[in-house]
Design a protein around this ligand. Structure first.
Ligand code: DC
Length: 233
């Protein structure tokens, strides 16, 4: 496939967005950016520095002191997020961060900060980015947009399996409550709420294997690339 494009993957928590995004990025030799990790790293900084989420001056001041970078781990070949030079890829997955991230991600200044950084990363295309507002706000002109959904029970089970290895004390109820709370805040906030872009393809992966969902996305990408090439001829 010639001519790099932008691929956006949006959807609620634990719909399998990052699994698909990573596979696509590997297959196409594109950059994968986990936009949720950026909101999580900002939340971690706010919690560590006791930033008052209602104090706009404190928020603006904190954001000035935050530098986020994605660096590819040479052993795993996966990109990991660094907050002011510290690798925080694993610590940001903690429930302590998950409990506050949606609140932080709904702050106007936080969103402007993150969206500007994300748009810069996609300047040269060749990127797969997943999140909640990537196809609607960050890259409204992206060539391929996927909106993922899955039944809640399946999502809770998936997140539970993912978190259990790190924290065997975690319960299904805690995971369910966190997913429901985040989905509610993410889809009801004032700035860039979680929405399916009008031109996004919906992918329900409740009963799909990873291979089946990858095939769905690749088919869509091939179709778009073909029509883009024809338009440019
Ligand atoms: O994808 P995730 O679960 O790691 O995202 C963490 C939180 O960040 C999620 O609850 C909502 C927020 N988020 C957002 O508001 N916009 C994005 N583009 C990505 C994530």
């Amino acid at each position: 496939m010639s001519g790099k494009i932008i691929i956006t993957i949006d959807g609620g928590s634990s719909c399998g967005k990052s699994t698909l995004a990573k596979q696509l990025a590997a297959k196409l030799d594109y950059l994968y950016i986990d936009s949720g990790a950026m909101y999580r790293a900002i939340t971690l900084y706010f919690l560590r520095n006791n930033v008052d989420f209602e104090n706009v001056n404190q928020i603006k001041e904190a954001l000035i002191n935050i530098t986020l970078e994605f660096i590819v781990n040479e052993y795993s070949n996966q990109s990991e997020i660094f907050l002011n030079g510290e690798n925080v890829e694993y610590i940001i997955r903690d429930l302590v961060v998950a409990e506050k991230v949606s609140e932080v991600a709904s702050l106007k200044d936080v969103r402007s900060f993150a969206v500007a950084a994300q748009q810069k990363m996609g300047k040269h295309k060749g990127i797969v980015m997943d999140g909640r507002d990537i196809g609607t706000t960050v890259f409204p002109d992206a060539e391929v947009k996927i909106f993922m959904i899955a039944d809640e029970a399946v999502r809770v089970e998936r997140r539970f399996r993912e978190m259990f290895d790190k924290n065997p004390n975690i319960t299904l109820d805690e995971i369910k409550a966190n997913i429901e709370m985040r989905d509610y805040i993410d889809s009801h906030r004032e700035v860039s709420p979680l929405r399916k872009a009008a031109d996004a393809a919906e992918l329900d992966n409740t009963n799909l294997t990873e291979k089946e969902q990858l095939d769905f996305a690749l088919k869509l990408i091939k179709k778009t690339m073909k029509s883009t090439e024809i338009e440019n001829e």
